[in-house]
Design a protein around this ligand. Structure first.
Ligand code: KG4
Ligand code: ZN
Length: 340
């Protein structure tokens, strides 16, 4: 029997300081997340400088807790995996510098991990049978990518957003209807009390690119609707706005994913990224997959939003492939999917 591989994973690309210990890429021994949401809420969004400072304060205790929750020591780790992009440069640098220091001091290999590959790999954790190839719809705060995972670490991008990411649209609409930050979960919650068919917001398609996305139009339509109501003195039903906006975004995401599954003859469909924790999206995608004969995979909500367990999952497959970072590893804020 092959030796077990233990990865210490570190994630600090945005406003979560996270560390995890993952065994053989699929078994999470610990998953510690320190969320900075309470601090950034005061400013209505993530303040990069504050995020970096919080990471510096929390990263050591978070890593220590990840090892102790797992009942493991640093010496027992086979490698240290870290998110090196994309994300906020100052935030990423904290994790990268920490991982380099630990890897050097403990004499362990350093594995640089792509944040979006991490989101996609979150699907491996609870679906032990999931193997590439499969289709994955990545919907996060900064990214909207429809991809075929051809093999571990090999991606073919079928569609992407031309403007706002899906999560960004949720956050902007949440702000417009006075829900504040973080918007996505608040819209999700309020939408449960509203009528998704109350207001007809546009389902934006990009002409000539049937699998691409555009969410700035629906965001503007919501803003125009709110302004119109204000000018006419009509009271806004915020729950109806949330539900109708959410439906227009979910419809397009599900429609494009199913179109891609048919075009490329793929019957395994996965969701990834923070917006993948949206309850309406999860149930609509599940139903569409059932109707189209596809199997549906999605991580638990806690593994959809930023965490280090997903970095440990992606890092394991990178480790097996021999991907290594040197002590000159740098943060790459604009790192593209499939780029090293
Ligand atoms: O993947 P993630 O944690 O960070 C990035 O890599 O961007 O995604 C964060 C995004 C935010 O825009 C947040 O509002 C959105 O995911 N989000 C949601 C929900 N939970 C988080 N959007 C809709 N519904 C949710 N339940
Ligand atoms: Zn993320």
């Amino acid at each position: 029997m092959d030796k077990d591989i233990f990865i210490l994973a570190i994630e600090s690309s945005c406003d979560e300081t996270a560390a995890a210990v993952v065994k053989n890429g699929r078994e999470v021994l610990s998953n510690v997340i320190y969320s900075q949401i309470d601090i950034h809420t005061l400013y209505g969004g993530v303040v990069p400088e504050i995020a970096s400072r919080c990471h510096i304060e929390k990263i050591n205790p978070v890593i220590r807790k990840a090892l102790s929750d797992a009942g493991k020591t640093l010496e027992e780790m086979d490698a240290v995996a870290v998110t090196y992009g994309p994300g906020l440069v100052g935030a990423l640098l904290v994790g990268v510098a920490e991982a380099k220091a630990i890897a050097y001091a403990a004499g362990k290999p350093l594995v640089p991990v792509h944040h979006i590959e991490g989101h996609i790999s979150a699907n491996y954790i609870e679906n032990k049978d999931l193997e590439p190839p499969f289709l994955c719809m990545v919907v996060s705060g900064g990214h909207t990518h429809l991809v075929i995972v051809r093999d571990y670490g090999e991606y073919e991008i079928l569609g992407r957003t031309h403007d706002d990411a899906a999560g960004e649209a949720f956050d902007k609409v949440a702000r417009a209807i006075g829900l504040g930050y973080p918007g996505g979960p608040k819209v999700d919650k309020l939408a449960k009390e509203g009528n998704p068919d109350a207001i007809s917001f546009p389902r934006a398609h990009v002409s000539g690119s049937p699998l691409d996305f555009s969410f700035s139009g629906v965001k503007s339509a919501v803003l125009n609707y709110l302004n119109g109501c204000r000018m006419k003195g009509i009271e806004v039903n915020r729950a109806d706005v949330a539900a109708s906006f959410q439906k227009s975004v979910v419809d397009v995401i599900v429609d494009h994913t199913m179109k891609a599954a048919q075009m490329y003859h793929i019957s395994k469909v996965a969701l990834a990224g923070g917006v993948a924790s949206n309850s309406a999206l999860r149930s609509a995608m599940e139903q569409a997959c059932r109707e189209n004969g596809c199997s549906f995979y999605r991580p638990s909500p806690i593994l959809c939003t930023d965490n280090a367990a997903m970095i440990g999952a992606a890092g394991y497959y990178d480790y097996l492939k021999g991907v290594r970072g040197g002590l000159d590893l740098n943060a790459v804020p604009g790192l593209k999917l499939g780029q090293r």
